[in-house]
Design a protein around this ligand. Structure first.
Ligand SMILES: NC(=O)c1ccc[n+]([C@@H]2O[C@H](COP(=O)([O-])OP(=O)(O)OC[C@H]3O[C@@H](n4cnc5c(N)ncnc54)[C@H](OP(=O)(O)O)[C@@H]3O)[C@@H](O)[C@H]2O)c1
Length: 313
């Protein structure tokens, strides 16, 4: 199967639509063998990109923490000077909110200093960057999905370190994509869904937050959207999450329904009563309309969840 055909099948599969007729063909014509370096190659997003084969394997240079600790400036420069990638997919990160809250210095070192190292090397060796940021750059006080024009005001360590990294990228590079996503899940990471299923298996009783609202995102869908975005070459900030939004409680209920799991006692709780180190913002659904106008339309969270649960949990 050639790559163009694979790409075509993916777009068909995920029902990505293009706004202007002919745009799809233009994308295919512009496709070329782009050299891509991926930091954080063991992340669920990097694994999704590999599994979907959205980029030819021979053009991907995978750097896990063992190969490239992004906090080691010398190593970052050495690798980027050697590879001279056209673009760096910068996925390496301290991602979990509670871990960041527990060790803010380490979070700053990885998320901000590490990103600065990558950005500085990209600037010298003329690589563009695709950086993944988070819904947690927002404070959660808005009552409608956040757009790229809304002003960030992070209230968590993970959110503030990602926002600092965003500002550094904007100041120092012209060719960048900052992609904000949220509630990422896949078969590779122990995430909210895994926790919910395992708690339900153990206790048949589970407390779930009813007032934290977000846009859950299946990382395979994000991988496809990234592919499309980078070939459009429209640099900037984008919100890419599965469409729609939902509370943690309703998200878990839907997952139980899809898996036909019954007799679970669900105890709804408020976010303020959920004891954890990092209190996430209440409402951080993302508005994807900017990407939609370019023809990048991610499936709804319910259909993504069904696909995920019917493939594996
Ligand atoms: N997960 C979410 O809900 C979510 C939401 C919004 C945005 N994002 C962002 O989306 C991107 C992908 O998320 P993900 O969930 O796929 O990530 P992930 O699974 O948490 O993986 C992050 C990767 O970064 C690596 N890493 C940590 N410190 C490093 C260092 N100093 N040098 C090099 N690599 C390092 C980790 O390696 P080790 O495993 O060896 O430590 C891990 O493989 C991340 O940038 C994340 O911040 C995620």
């Amino acid at each position: 199967m050639n790559n163009d055909y694979q790409l075509y099948k993916l777009y068909e599969l995920y029902n990505f639509r293009t706004q202007a007729s002919g745009r799809f063909l233009n994308i295919m014509n512009n496709k070329k063998n782009m050299r891509i370096l991926i930091t954080g190659a063991n992340s669920q997003l990097a694994k999704s990109i590999l599994e979907l084969e959205v980029f030819p394997k021979e053009n991907l240079f995978l750097a896990s923490k063992n190969t490239l600790d992004i906090t080691n400036r010398k190593k970052v420069f050495k690798l980027i000077s050697k590879l001279k990638p056209e673009i760096v997919f910068h996925f390496a990160s301290m991602t979990r909110g509670d871990e960041c809250a527990k060790d803010p210095k380490k979070a700053y070192l990885i998320n901000v200093t590490g990103t600065k190292n990558v950005v500085d090397a990209c600037k010298i060796y003329m690589s563009s960057i695709l950086f993944i940021s988070t819904n947690e750059v927002f404070d959660g006080k808005k009552k409608a999905p956040y757009t790229e024009n809304d002003k960030p005001n992070p209230v968590t360590v993970v959110g503030s370190t990602k926002y600092d990294a965003e500002k550094y990228i904007k100041k120092n590079l012209t060719k960048f994509y900052i992609v904000r996503t949220s509630w990422l899940y896949s078969k590779w990471s122990s995430n909210f869904l895994h926790a919910v299923f395992s708690k339900a298996r153990e206790n048949r009783e589970i407390e779930l937050v009813e007032d934290e609202i977000g846009s859950p995102t299946y990382s395979l869908d994000l991988a496809v959207a990234i592919k499309k975005l980078i070939f459009l070459k429209k640099y900037g900030i984008y919100h890419l999450s599965n469409a729609g939004n939902v509370s943690r409680l309703a998200f878990a209920k839907k997952a139980f329904e899809i898996k036909n799991i019954k007799n679970i006692k669900i105890i709804p709780i408020k976010l303020e009563n959920y004891l954890r180190l990092s209190k996430p913002p209440l409402f951080t659904a993302l508005d994807n309309n900017k990407a939609k106008r370019l023809g990048i339309i991610l499936p709804n969270w319910k259909s993504a969840l069904k696909r995920f649960l019917n493939s594996k949990v």
